[in-house]
Design a binder for this molecule. Structure first.
Ligand SMILES: Cc1ncc(COP(=O)(O)O)c(C=O)c1O
Length: 454
């Protein structure tokens, strides 16, 4: 929630906004309806949400929107710039370019094409669309990849092949090697790798995947929608994950979502492409839009995007955020990411020490922890824990996972999923862990006594 101090700054900024075009007659909208009543009704309706913005919320990948982004979006939205064409959103187009330049600099990419998208799904779809235009006809994904890749392949009429994952949920490079070896002569593959899977933040072994290029020819698209920013703190991650991140700049295309770990509101993804020549790009994106681009003094980003209208306000919010929190390895933004990772490592250690609790993966790759209560009905116990945590003011999520039993047989059960993506989560790990452990013990005891009573 916007701090009171920033609300005051916003009110002062709004006063200045009224004076933006002094040469024009002053203008404020006038309508025949009153807004007060409906705004009160809206606030009531908004209460019917979980508190995604609060540190007590550790469920889905829903962080808070940082104040500067809220303020910038609110101010820029009143201009309603459209970053499709230069003349439709001149100021915010420049901001978008600066944001993408910073992201490319983070990756040490000197030559790139890139833009904001409405999110990861569209960014990934657009990347595959480009790969298809460059000749790919087959998409290879791990079973842990986001479900929308299959959908994108379907939309683009591309062959879709799935690769098994290892125990930690990351792509198995041995299985990938088998899939590549079994390709038909006409298949031209693009391998989609995920840095930060949706289920548990697993990191596909990019280093091993790139080593397969010695034998097989393929392009690499990295879906780093969730994990991309962790590139900044790769030196602080477990060795094999650091190695994977080291290869991120070698990818042909990358998606990173500012609306996941970039402190932005939903509707802000980013796609970066490398090695697409100007002429190829023109051939892919060229379209006839005689009514759109009449100011040629700057670039119209929409001439090279899949989507047409895109909110300039999203670019303004991201730009302002990146002014405050630049993408620096030793900066404040990196410290936020490190806090989240540290919180997850600490949470895993605390839960690992408890007899009744089982971690699905022992060490979190990024900041997501998935676990369950070992008992006769794991899924029912998960539901109970989820509800009891909620009743005590802690909001978590649930996820279905394959777990192996003592006999080595895999089965799918519901687990608790914690996404510790707010910097404040580190300070509340002990409190949340205490609550989880206390409730888990009670639930496990209940199942034990039911079993003994039989
Ligand atoms: C790894 C990954 N890729 C892609 C997506 C889809 O992104 P979006 O929801 O922004 O469309 C998600 C969403 O959670 C994701 O976790």
């Amino acid at each position: 929630m916007l701090s009171r101090k920033n609300l005051e700054i916003l009110v002062a900024a709004q006063k200045r906004l009224y004076c933006t075009f002094p040469e024009l007659p002053s203008f404020e909208q006038r309508w025949d309806f009153e807004t007060d009543g409906v705004i009160q009704a809206l606030l009531t309706r908004l209460g019917d949400n979980d508190p995604y913005f609060h540190p007590r919320y550790a469920g889905h990948m829903s962080g808070y929107v940082c104040d500067v982004a809220v303020m910038s979006y609110f101010l820029a939205m009143q201009f309603n710039p459209n970053n499709h064409s230069y003349d439709g959103g001149r100021a915010t187009t420049k901001m978008e370019v600066e944001c993408l330049d910073s992201m490319a600099r983070m990756l040490d990419w000197n030559h790139y094409q890139g833009h904001l998208t409405s999110g990861g799904t569209i960014g990934n779809l657009e990347a595959l669309w480009i790969h298809r235009a460059l000749g790919a006809n087959t998409v290879i994904c791990s079973k842990g990849a986001h479900f929308t890749h299959k959908r994108a392949a379907n939309i683009l009429d591309l062959k879709y092949l799935e690769v098994d994952v290892t125990k930690d949920g990351s792509l198995c490079s041995i299985a990938l090697s088998g899939v590549l070896a079994a390709l038909e002569a006409t298949d031209v593959p693009v391998v989609v790798c995920t840095l930060g899977t949706t289920l548990n933040g697993a990191i596909d072994p990019l280093d091993e995947i790139f080593s397969l290029k010695a034998e097989h020819d393929f392009k690499v698209h990295v879906d780093a929608a969730y994990g991309g920013y962790f590139y900044l703190i790769r030196a602080r991650l477990a060795g094999r994950n650091r190695k994977a991140f080291d290869f991120l700049p070698a990818a042909d295309s990358i998606v990173i979502d500012p609306h996941k770990h970039g402190l932005q509101g939903f509707g802000c993804g980013a796609l970066l492409l490398r090695g697409v020549s100007e002429s190829t790009s023109q051939a892919i994106y060229t379209h006839d839009s005689p009514y759109t681009y009449f100011d040629r003094r700057g670039i119209s980003i929409g001439e090279k995007t899949l989507e047409c209208s895109r909110p300039g306000a999203a670019a303004a919010a991201l730009w302002a955020t990146m002014q405050c929190l630049p993408l620096e390895e030793e900066g404040e933004f990196s410290r936020v990411l490190l806090s989240c990772h540290t919180a997850a490592v600490k949470m895993s250690e605390l839960l690992f020490a408890v007899d009744d609790v089982r971690l699905v993966v022992r060490e979190p790759a990024l900041d997501i922890v998935v676990f369950y209560i070992e008992c006769a009905d794991i899924s029912a116990a998960t539901r109970q824990l989820y509800e009891q945590l909620k009743a005590s003011g802690f909001y978590v999520a649930m996820a279905d996972c394959d777990i192996s039993s003592e006999t080595g047989v895999f089965r799918e059960v519901s687990c608790i999923r914690l996404t510790l993506m707010k910097k404040e989560h580190l300070a509340m790990v002990d409190e949340l862990a205490d609550q989880i452990i206390r409730l888990s013990k009670c639930i496990a005891d209940e199942y034990r006594s039911q079993y003994q009573a039989l």
